[in-house]
Write a protein that binds this ligand. Structure first.
Ligand code: ADP
Length: 403
């Protein structure tokens, strides 16, 4: 089955076309700056070169029409037809513990979660509506970032604020990056020969956004992001968890509005805020090597926070069979992995320096054979998870009118 995977941000549309059986990407690309005076598209079909083009895309619908035209009528054409579309949706609230076929009820539920994800869900819904208009005859499936974490127990998802706020507004921990934590844990079971049914795994997704998950017997039991993706680890531009009183202090001392504090914590904090230089880990490491103190501090705070969560999840799981690192930083940076795991020998984590150094962008075990807790680096593939789920649901629908 050929599945178009769509991931929409407020001003961007990313897509991948996957042949699910072959687990192969047939085309990929994005349109950025949707709604601006000039948008920018890049499309690549197969191993061909990236076709870049400036265009005017007033909304996601126009962006998608351009993509479809480029894919099927461009110089380098895609020789396949789209059988189904899988949509990444950031927030499923408490409605969705699994991926679903999109119908009117699902659209309403995605709308219900606008409050919980005001930046992401409206954009995701715009993408769904644009794709339904462009491809009305194929099934559309929603895959939620939050779904994998719907198995969290109450003690992990409740915040210690008046309980009626949970009941009234559904204020609780949800967690994100679910497709990534799911994918790398499944890859790990195969690679490390672990029995999913009696396994304890800590998964560290370290990219621009970062989160850890504690996974027992294949199910997520804790995760570091919260009601929104702002909580937990230090990220590229997000602060991660801070003392909530700081928000009031910023309003008072810096005379910021709440909207400005929101922007400060989401867009100007994290690695960028700490270093005053960059959100990108590669840039920070290069500057730290050149003696920049604040860049080094940013890296140190980042690693220390991850180390703390690993300790927390070792406690939550009562030990672990494996820790797995993934995403841009996690799968590519031996240095960050080494700094995070340094000094954890007493907790059963013993890194193999040579294996760690050699593992960049490929799946590999990076702990010693004697390490009680295995450590792995495994590249993530969220698009593949979305495509596989989409195929499963589309096939079920094809087989049963009641699916
Ligand atoms: P996103 O969350 O946007 O998908 P990625 O998973 O691509 O982001 O991660 C981006 C981050 O990964 C950036 O901070 C980038 O510097 C970092 N990164 C990528 N390759 C390396 C590397 N070899 N060493 C250190 N950091 C890296």
């Amino acid at each position: 089955m050929i599945v178009l995977v769509i991931n929409c941000g407020s001003s961007s549309l990313k897509f991948d076309v996957l042949d699910v059986e072959a687990q192969q990407t047939l085309a990929e690309g994005q349109v950025e700056r949707i709604g601006a005076v000039s948008s920018l598209a890049s499309v690549r079909v197969g191993d061909g070169k990236k076709q870049r083009k400036a265009l005017q895309a007033a909304d996601h619908g126009e962006a998608l029409r351009f993509v479809m035209k480029t894919l099927f009528e461009g110089d380098e054409k895609l020789d396949a037809t789209i059988d189904a579309v899988g949509h990444r949706v950031v927030h499923g609230g408490e409605h969705f513990a699994d991926s679903v076929l999109i119908d009117d009820e699902v659209v309403e539920a995605i709308r219900d979660a606008f409050d919980l994800a005001p930046l992401h869900n409206p954009a995701n819904l715009r993408g769904i509506q644009a794709a339904q208009a462009a491809l009305p005859d194929v099934p559309h499936v929603a895959v939620f970032d939050t779904a994998f974490h719907q198995t969290l127990p109450e003690h992990a998802y409740l915040y210690a604020i008046p309980n009626r706020l949970y009941r009234r507004h559904k204020i609780r921990r949800y967690g994100f990056h679910g497709t990534s934590h799911y994918y790398v844990s499944r890859e790990l079971y195969k690679l490390a020969d672990l029995d999913k049914r009696s396994s304890r795994v800590i998964s560290a997704h370290l990219g621009n956004g970062c989160s850890l998950a504690a996974i027992r017997d294949g199910r997520s039991v804790d995760t570091s992001m919260g009601m929104t993706p702002l909580a937990g680890l230090v990220m590229g531009t997000r602060s991660g968890s801070i003392d909530p009183s700081i928000v009031f202090d910023l309003v008072e001392k810096e005379e910021l509005t709440l909207a400005e504090v929101h922007t400060l914590l989401n867009k100007y904090s994290g690695l960028l805020g700490l270093s005053g230089y960059a959100a990108d880990m590669r840039d920070l490491l290069a500057e730290a090597d050149d003696g920049d103190v604040r860049c080094r501090q940013a890296v140190d705070v980042f690693c220390y926070r991850v180390k703390g969560y690993i300790g927390q999840y070792l406690a939550a799981l009562g030990g672990a069979d494996a820790v797995v690192f993934t995403a841009g930083i996690g799968q590519n940076s031996p240095r960050i992995r080494a700094q995070i795991c340094a000094g954890l020998e007493g907790l059963g984590i013993e890194m193999d320096a040579a294996r760690n150094e050699a593992a960049s962008g490929t799946a590999a075990k990076i702990s010693t054979d004697a390490s009680a807790v295995q450590v792995w680096a495994i590249p993530t593939n969220e698009e593949l998870v979305i495509a596989i789920d989409t195929q499963k649901i589309a096939q079920a629908r094809a087989q049963s009118p009641y699916a």
